[in-house]
Design a binder for this molecule. Structure first.
Ligand code: TXA
Ligand code: MG
Length: 523
């Protein structure tokens, strides 16, 4: 039931018809062929509680002789009736029947019909919205100071490249309605997330929290914005970015042929610390995927991150917010210390709850592979895939630079050990233990990652601890490996990469082994 009473009389939404409200089947002259797009009717019903609704449609098929004006009117009348049955009132349908070459005044994005709405209905165009699946629809009210919204439904995917970047982009009318209502109902001046979202929409780069680590975010559909991330992070262009989404509705727009295994994992672990690497659609810029034909996608389990993506109205590409190759940040202070001066805004929501990056899973005809262990344990991923999972071995070709042998590294020398704590440490060595235990003399300082050996607590504290010691007057960091199961796999993975130049003391096997990764490239 619409709540007509609180509708603001001066605000309007100008909606395109085909590909926005109803299916675009081309030259629609038969009212029986009207088919609403999924979610469109309920979106209109919600929007009309706050806005006057207008439909503006270009029908060049009339000028071309493929449709008569009568047919177009019959379709429009039937559409109005169907909407009225759903208690939705459209103030007026404006039709331009001309071909662009005729040079008429009424074709979108020319403002002729907007002016009529302004005069006849007292519409404030600068606070109104236009929505549609063609760049003209999004530019329409934007040229008059309002907000344009571009949809990926209808012909949206096809024309995306022709779009200016400063309009909002949403998968369908349903998401557009959420974005508009969120925008309308917010206290913009006091909403930091809204401000950050606006920066993202306008091509800026911001620091923001996720449950794993802090990210350096930009509009994932805007290559120029993504390029700034590479610049700020000094990240090589061969290293693709993960695209963060707030809603499953983005999946169709971003991917092609989603592997069924990926879908199972998404349903099991999203929102959460899992990234799926899946075939990308053409709307993902090559820079974001580093020229690969796949894209890494994840839906973070963090309220601020989700609200940010929702309010931005675009997916957000984000690497961890640290200079390339260094330890990932788990607090806003970490981000500020290294990148503060280079980014447009930093959202602070306290320390990250997981503290280690997402698990990355790739897919091929032969199965699923863990490309990077992370916040979701290998065992949990394997259980969802009924054991059909391989784990990427260290020595293979590099598919993801997060798999580079030396990565996530402090500047100081980092060594790792399992078993007994090495005696007679070198001068200025810090000892980092998984949980409290007796230790030999001679260590400059001793840090304990968890009081009871809880691996989630270890993950949460690890990066902050490495950072702190990296800045202290210490020469060597000697870190105990975690048990190799659950989150321990991801923790040890990071420690091995961070300590690539190091010696692995394996006192359980009573020998010392040189880390075989010694010759690997440093980033
Ligand atoms: O938890 C996380 O994943 C964090 C937060 C911010 O979401 N992000 C993160 O991003 O760790 P980054 O860029 O630091 O690491 C992402 C890793 C890189 O190693 C990259 O190469 C890999 O994901 N990656 C991204 N897209 C890929 C693709 N299409 N194929 C293979 N690897 C990909
Ligand atoms: Mg990183």
């Amino acid at each position: 039931m619409p709540h007509k009473t609180d509708k603001n009389p001066s605000l309007a939404i100008f909606l395109d018809r085909d590909g926005t409200i109803i299916e675009d089947i081309g030259d629609l002259g038969n009212p029986e062929k009207i088919q609403f797009l999924p979610g469109a009717v309920s979106a209109l019903s919600w929007l009309q509680t706050r806005f006057k609704l207008f439909i503006v449609t270009n029908q060049p098929a009339v000028a071309a002789g493929r449709l008569t004006m009568r047919q177009v009117e019959a379709v429009n009348n039937c559409l109005l009736e169907k909407l009225a049955e759903a208690r939705i009132a459209i103030e007026r349908i404006f039709v331009c029947p001309h071909a662009r070459a005729q040079g008429c005044d009424c074709i979108k994005p020319k403002p002729h019909f907007l002016k009529i709405a302004q005069n006849d209905f007292g519409i404030d165009l600068s606070r109104s919205y236009s929505i549609g699946d063609h760049p003209h629809d999004a530019e329409y009210v934007k040229n008059a100071g309002g907000q344009g919204i571009y949809l990926l439904s209808g012909h949206g995917l096809k024309h995306l490249n022709e779009l200016e970047s400063a309009v909002w982009i949403t998968p369908s009318l349903s998401e557009a309605s959420k974005a508009i209502m969120g925008d309308f109902e917010h206290d913009h001046d006091n909403d930091r997330i809204y401000t950050a979202a606006k920066i993202v929409r306008e091509g800026g780069v911001i620091g923001f929290p996720t449950e794993t680590v802090y990210g350096l975010g930009a509009n994932a559909l805007d290559p120029k914005a993504a390029a700034r991330i590479f610049q700020i992070k000094q990240r090589p262009a061969f290293d693709p970015l993960i695209v963060h989404i707030d809603d499953y509705s983005w999946i169709d727009a971003l991917t092609n042929d989603l592997p069924q295994k990926a879908e199972r994992l998404m349903r099991a672990f999203w929102p959460g610390p899992l990234t799926v690497v899946v075939p990308k659609s053409k709307i993902v810029p090559d820079l974001v995927s580093a020229g690969l034909d796949t894209v890494g996608i994840r839906m973070p389990a963090h309220e601020t991150a989700l609200a940010l993506i929702r309010k931005s109205c675009v997916p957000i590409c984000a690497p961890s917010a640290n200079p390339f190759g260094y330890i990932s940040p788990t607090t806003a202070e970490h981000v500020d210390a290294q990148l503060g001066g280079k980014i447009d805004m930093l959202l602070d929501a306290g320390p990250c709850s997981i503290g280690i990056e997402s698990t990355i899973v790739g897919f091929s005809d032969t199965g699923a592979t863990i490309l990077r262990p992370g916040g979701v344990s290998t065992e949990a991923v394997s259980a969802v895939l009924d054991g059909q999972l391989s784990v990427y071995p260290h020595t293979h070709v590099i598919h993801a630079p997060g798999m580079l042998p030396r990565h996530y590294s402090p500047r100081k020398e980092l060594r790792i050990f399992v078993g007994d704590i090495p005696k007679h440490p070198e001068a200025k060595t810090a000892l980092i233990l998984q949980k409290p235990r007796p230790f030999p003399k001679g260590y400059m300082t001793v840090e304990v990652l968890s009081q009871n050996g809880d691996l989630s607590e270890v993950a949460q504290n690890l990066f902050a601890c490495l950072r702190k010691l990296d800045q202290a007057d210490i020469r060597v960091l000697l870190v105990e490996l975690a048990p190799q199961s659950g989150l321990g796999t991801a923790i040890n993975d990071r420690l091995r990469r961070a300590g690539c130049k190091s010696v692995l003391f394996d006192t359980t096997a009573a020998h010392e082994t040189e880390n075989q990764d010694r010759n690997y490239q440093t980033n």
